[in-house]
Design a protein around this ligand. Structure first.
Ligand code: F6P
Length: 482
């Protein structure tokens, strides 16, 4: 049954799995909110500030029954997830089925019909919450793999809306996506949108091929034509919109005297190593953390890096700790770190400083500034914003970025030293090259990197997406054009 537009609705509604704030429940049951540091929040802040906007999402804890509330002029509309929803929709279907499937099946995806049921049920809940908030003819922007059914469900409820969807993670090749027992429903869910954005051109091309093969719809370049009873109903565009960071703000933060001083202090606390390498990741099997540490351990073993004057700082922030593959990865990484520190450490010096923690942006900026070489060796990554943060922090034009060719960022960051993280010997050579890089060459590369990262920030990303989406003719005018 279609919903009627609410009497007082919002012109722009963002729908994402998480709200831009995380809830924390105190011992006495009271709740407080902490601004979530995620990229999406920063990305959409300026847009939401200008628009009459609402954000539909989950507060990050089970069974939260909360009324809508406003933060910085944006109305937040909490969606309740029960403990069972979290287990089956979030940890299960989103992060143990779709996540590994969309990341080259690095880990085996698990297919459970009960998880699919939960995914459909929760996607409907998000769609209904958005339908209840959007003004007549409003723009709704749906985000990411947790909510792929929302565009279609929302269009059924509110045919008057303009609907955009952005996919933050990779879109897999047809041969892998086809494993999904509910592949057709997922594709049809997405085709409820007017515009579907991806990180890279290759992702958009994979999606269009999947559409052609699984639905038989006609596609021409980026445009998919939907028909009903033999007549053109509407068009959907699938295109690349590479996401970025708030690079100007990050650059400024890293220039502050506090951050500069902290960077020096970090090096001093580490015993002033000659070479400081840095890895910063969520503790996720897609990030290639084991491959990187293995290559580093071999470089120490081979004597190509000094065991006394080299340090690798590996920040691995806790993530999805109830999913088995993540529990197993943590064991493996910690065992490997322990072995390297046992084999090559000395009293007062551990070659790997492993930090299973999250840090505030100021500390991250100081770490980026302190590091001689940044290692981003993901086996597959939609974009990788850490690589962009490192570049934005380096206003001194120093430092080198070793970057996996399997990240979205590799398409843009041509000044990086590209690696295939599966090729341990190749990665060892690239790390050695980065460590000994000629300062002039390094400056040239960093300047090129900074031109790209500072020249295309997250504000440009959201403006570009919304400009294409809002160019879609309103409902009355639809039928022929995109
Ligand atoms: O990269 C996809 C993503 O969903 C990001 O949007 C998010 O920051 C990250 O993964 C962590 O996701 P979560 O903690 O919500 O599972």
């Amino acid at each position: 049954m279609p919903f009627a537009a609410p009497a007082r609705g919002y012109d722009l509604v963002v729908v994402a799995n998480r709200l831009p704030v995380d809830v924390s429940v105190e011992d006495d049951g009271t709740t407080s909110w902490v601004r979530s540091p995620g990229g999406l929040v920063t990305a959409l802040n300026p847009v939401m500030a200008q628009a009459d906007g609402a954000w539909v999402g989950w507060g990050g804890a089970p069974d939260l029954e909360l009324e809508p509330f406003a933060v910085d002029g944006t109305e937040l509309i909490p969606v309740t997830l029960s403990a069972e929803d979290i287990a089956k929709f979030y940890e299960g279907f989103s992060n143990d089925t779709l996540w590994p499937l969309y990341h080259d099946v690095i880990a085996s995806p698990t297919f459970h019909r009960a998880w699919w049921e939960a995914y459909q049920r929760v996607n409907r809940r998000f769609a209904e919450a958005a339908a209840a908030q959007a003004a007549q003819g409003a723009t709704v922007w749906v985000h990411d793999y947790q909510l792929q059914l929302v565009p279609k469900l929302l269009r059924e409820l509110r045919p008057d809306l303009r609907i955009g969807y952005f996919h933050h993670i990779p879109w897999p090749p047809l041969e892998l996506f086809s494993q999904l027992p509910w592949r057709k429903q997922v594709v049809e869910g997405l085709l409820g949108a007017d515009l579907i954005g991806f990180q890279r051109g290759g992702d958009a091309a994979n999606f269009v091929r999947v559409v052609r093969r699984l639905t038989g719809l006609t596609t021409r370049g980026q445009v998919i034509t939907l028909t009903k009873h033999g007549k053109v109903e509407r068009h959907v565009r699938a295109a690349a919109f590479p996401i970025s960071i708030d690079s100007g703000a990050f650059d400024e933060l890293a220039r502050t005297p506090e951050v500069q001083a902290r960077a020096k202090q970090i090096r001093a606390e580490l015993g002033d190593p000659e070479v400081l390498l840095l890895g910063v990741d969520r503790l996720d099997y897609t990030k290639g953390i084991r491959h990187r540490i293995k290559a580093y351990g071999e470089l120490l073993h081979d004597g190509r890096l000094s065991t006394v004057s080299t340090t690798l700082v590996q920040v691995a922030s806790p993530s999805r700790e109830n999913v088995d593959a993540y529990v197993q990865l943590r064991d493996e990484v910690e065992q490997l770190v322990g072995r390297i520190n046992g084999d090559y450490g000395q009293v007062g010096h551990a070659p790997v400083q492993y930090l299973h923690q999250s840090f505030p942006m100021e500390e991250m900026a100081a770490l980026y500034l302190a590091a001689d070489v940044m290692l981003v060796t993901a086996l597959r990554d939609g974009m990788n914003l850490v690589a962009k943060e490192y570049v934005a922090a380096r206003s001194d034009d120093r430092g080198a970025l070793v970057l996996s060719e399997f990240t979205g960022a590799a398409d843009e960051l041509t000044g990086a030293i590209l690696v295939n993280p599966h090729d341990i010997d190749g990665m060892k050579d690239a790390i050695t090259y980065a460590v000994h890089i000629d300062p002039r060459e390094s400056r040239k590369r960093m300047r090129r990197l900074r031109r790209r990262v500072l020249g295309h920030d997250v504000n440009a990303w959201s403006q570009e997406f919304l400009a294409v989406l809002t160019a879609v003719p309103s409902r009355e005018g639809r039928g022929g054009h995109v």
